[in-house]
Design a binder for this molecule. Structure first.
Ligand code: SF4
Ligand code: SF4
Length: 479
């Protein structure tokens, strides 16, 4: 009898409540949608805070407040349709694990495992490295790159737009391979009636005018790894002789930004214990160098490394993140641009109602390729014993890939099952998890409060932009 009563009663679905711009909102966890409360829906939500109520009980109370039976029923139906309310026994639902044949969309080619820099925190060369390049070719050959592109063509059934990312070591040490691969992939995609676009990550030390023009002609998106002004950048990003790289890269970056205007050129900053002045770095990269996108990520390192950012330092970083995030809001409300991509990326996911089954595309729509042609879940697992998924000659190991996807699916991450941000976080980077815990599927629980705080902040910013300048959000609709 008690169960029947509960089953028939309305109660709020799984959600996170937030206020912004003087209004009330619900972030709906299973669907990833944002629902604005007002008038009657606000009253219904408020009535259901203390206990579930039947339709009859709600109608009686709301009738007393002057609402008609029709408007009450219409609003209740709408709230149920949007999963704001549920009238059944609450149960958690998760997306399904994809089929073994789930198509890939992106490959990341590690064009070389060599680098002309020796950055103190590099996950490929530091004490935390998991890749072993001993006895492996230093540079990817043309035939391996072509076989990788053929693997992408073969495994991307149903996908019309493909993507190739060039990565390293330092990618431009093997520039000829990149140049030829762009040509080959473009031709093969055209034959198959698909499109392909490209991106490159580089330390910028080897950029030339010729390379900049090639990148511009082929609309190749560029991410430059740079940690701020000379003093900050040179603390970690040094050549093998210990000399800082800032003086070499700064003029090259300016040259690139002047010559390449056909795609985005963003800066990617690695925050470490000695380099965490977010505002100073942001101002330098946007105002002095001219980047129109700056993203920050804390270094991936085990906690005993000196450059690892501890909780106290991360809290300070987040204070500066928050300041930049509000600045982003102010620009957005006025219809202007702001270049802090951490907030832009999160707001875009909120706007698109993304509810992730996986933290990222690794092993799902994305595979990393090493110089030998070995396939791994992503570029960071290339040449390691972990998350391997076949090779470009024999093909994708679909069993290994499926096992990986089963193991890392949000449904298998029981630590995350009650977390309201799981649709946006989904447990965290597998590589970071491996470095910190020796397991790819350990949710990084020490960071959860900070992650939830960050998403809550982005929701509030999203809500306020939605109220004051909804047109701004249209830029996220089509891509
Ligand atoms: S890792 Fe933490 S913040 Fe992320 S979904 Fe899991 S419990 Fe939530
Ligand atoms: S596992 Fe980590 S490094 Fe690899 S693609 Fe995902 S988020 Fe990026």
């Amino acid at each position: 009898m008690v169960v029947e009563t509960i089953a028939a009663a309305y109660h709020p679905g799984e959600h996170h409540y937030f206020e912004s711009g003087g209004k009330q909102f619900l972030y709906l966890v299973p669907s990833g949608a944002v629902f604005g409360l007002s008038g009657l829906s606000q009253e219904i939500y408020s009535l259901l805070q203390s206990c579930p109520l039947s339709g009859e009980e709600l109608s009686m109370e709301l009738g007393r407040r002057g609402y008609s039976p029709t408007e009450i029923q219409v609003t209740l139906d709408e709230m149920v349709d949007f999963d704001v309310l549920s009238s059944g026994i609450p149960k958690k639902t998760f997306p399904k694990v994809p089929e073994k044949t789930f198509p890939i969309q992106r490959i990341v080619l590690n064009t070389t495992n060599q680098c002309n820099l020796a950055c103190g925190y590099c996950y490929e060369y530091s004490d935390d490295k998991i890749a072993s390049t001993k006895d492996k070719p230093k540079f990817m050959t043309d035939s391996i790159a072509k076989a990788a592109i053929e693997t992408l063509m073969k495994e991307s059934a149903g996908r019309s737009s493909l993507h190739v990312t060039f990565f390293g070591g330092e990618t431009l040490l093997n520039y000829p391979l990149m140049r030829d691969s762009v040509q080959y992939a473009t031709a093969r995609a055209k034959e198959a009636g698909k499109t392909v676009d490209f991106s490159l990550t580089t330390n910028a030390t080897l950029l030339t005018e010729e390379i900049a023009d090639f990148l511009a002609e082929n609309r190749i998106g560029v991410t430059v790894s740079i940690d701020g002004d000379k003093e900050l950048h040179d603390r970690m990003r040094v050549f093998h002789n210990g000399k800082g790289s800032y003086d070499i890269i700064a003029p090259k970056i300016k040259m690139l930004l002047a010559r390449h205007r056909t795609n985005s050129i963003g800066a990617r900053v690695t925050l470490s214990e000695g380099v965490r002045e977010v505002r100073r770095i942001y101002d330098h990269l946007t105002q002095e160098l001219g980047f129109d996108g700056v993203g920050f990520a804390p270094v991936t390192a085990s906690p005993d490394r000196l450059y690892h950012i501890g909780g106290h330092s991360m809290d300070k970083v987040l204070v500066e993140f928050e300041e930049l995030a509000w600045e982003y809001r102010d620009h957005a409300i006025k219809g202007g641009r702001h270049y802090f991509t951490n907030v832009e990326d999160t707001i875009k996911e909120i706007h698109l109602g993304i509810s992730k089954a996986y933290t990222c595309g690794a092993g799902l729509g994305l595979l990393g390729v090493g110089t030998t042609g070995e396939l791994a879940a992503c570029h960071r697992f290339v040449d390691s014993p972990v998350a391997q998924m076949g090779n470009v000659i024999d093909g994708v190991n679909h069993e290994a890939r499926h096992d990986f996807l089963e193991k890392h699916h949000i449904g298998a991450r029981t630590d995350c099952h009650t977390c309201w941000v799981r649709g946006l976080c989904a447990g965290g980077c597998y590589h970071e998890s491996y470095i910190k815990h020796g397991l790819t599927d350990a949710s990084n629980l020490t960071s959860c409060d900070r992650i939830r705080g960050w998403i809550d902040l982005c929701l509030r910013i999203y809500g306020e932009i939605g109220i004051k300048n909804p047109k701004f959000l249209e830029r996220f609709d089509d891509n």
